[in-house]
Design a protein around this ligand. Structure first.
Ligand SMILES: [Zn+2]
Ligand SMILES: [Zn+2]
Length: 177
């Protein structure tokens, strides 16, 4: 699970380090689906909470933008975020922070939930235009066949006109995002 109970870590002295290995065959992060996630999570006790370093690899099931074949991108993310508990692990007193402090919080159950941070970093690193392979020939704009495995029978003249048009459309699509 991408949730770790960190009560023990929060009770350790500042500077203590713990490391976890996390493996998930499949994980749905609020709509972002990951497969074969492998993560190393390092927790460093700070004065306020835990500095969490994550190094993760996963497969992201997607669709080739040219031929629409299901494909998977390998993604690799590394990030560091500080997590500050809502409740002091030693005294049980609420931990208040300045409103402008932008950190993740550890809930009163001391479960550190890495899912939201992981989701955000995956979305940053996700390839914008996944391809099944770099030289994918895509679909024929005239007849729709997959040009990777079928010879197209469209008339050459029509084919040329279509490919010019398709090129324009692709340019427009590529320019719009
Ligand atoms: Zn493709
Ligand atoms: Zn064709």
């Amino acid at each position: 699970m991408m949730r770790l109970n960190v009560l023990r870590e929060l009770r350790q002295p500042i500077g203590s380090v713990d490391e976890y290995e996390i493996n998930e065959p499949s994980l749905n992060l609020d709509g972002v689906v990951l497969e074969s996630l492998a993560a190393t999570v390092t927790l460093l006790r700070t004065d306020r909470g835990l500095l969490v370093s994550v190094s993760a690899t996963a497969r992201l099931p997607e669709q080739c933008v040219r031929c629409l074949t299901p494909t998977a991108s390998e993604v690799q993310v590394r990030f560091e975020e500080e997590y500050v508990p809502l409740v002091d692990a030693a005294t049980g007193a609420p931990v208040r922070l300045a409103k402008d402090m932008d950190v993740f919080r550890v809930g009163p159950d001391f479960d550190l939930d890495l899912r939201e941070a992981l989701r955000q970093y995956i979305l940053i690193d996700e390839p914008a235009k996944p391809l099944c392979r770099p030289e994918c020939a895509g679909l024929c704009p005239g007849c729709g066949v997959d040009l990777n495995n079928t010879a197209c029978r469209c008339p050459a003249t029509a084919d040329q006109r279509w490919s010019v048009l398709a090129g324009l459309m692709n340019d427009r699509q590529e320019g719009s995002d």
